[in-house]
Write a protein of this length. Structure first.
Length: 117
């Protein structure tokens, strides 16, 4: 299950969009501080500063996650899209795009796929 009582809830991800018929849901966090007690750099690469400190842990990070279950005959797959950007807290600057480390997508997919078996 992906919902509030499932993996999204366990991760602390909000559900701002839910389409039961289309088997899709998603959520946005305006200021990500941690998921499962892990800092944003455990999930995202937003670049590094001069001291090699990850921007994901220094900057404000906005995160959007969307998941859907796609049925194809007798099997189903879980597709999760993660989009994020970071913005410096102390200066006005353009946001930096972040790249998912794919750990969040895997963390969401594992329990959903196991339940589908």
């Amino acid at each position: 299950m992906v919902g509030r009582e499932g993996v999204y809830g366990a991760l602390g991800l909000p559900i701002n969009f839910l389409d039961r018929t289309g088997r899709r849901l998603g959520g946005t966090i305006a200021r990500l501080l941690a998921l499962e007690g892990r800092r944003p750099s455990a999930w995202l690469d937003c670049g590094r500063g001069a001291t090699a400190t990850p921007y994901a842990d220094q900057y404000d990070v906005a995160l959007t996650v969307a998941t859907r279950v796609v049925s194809a005959g007798e099997s189903s797959t879980v597709e999760t899209v993660v989009r994020a950007f970071s913005r410096a807290r102390d200066v006005t600057a353009a946001p930096l795009d972040c790249t998912s480390l794919r750990t969040l997508e895997a963390r969401i997919a594992e329990p959903v796929e196991e339940r589908a078996r």
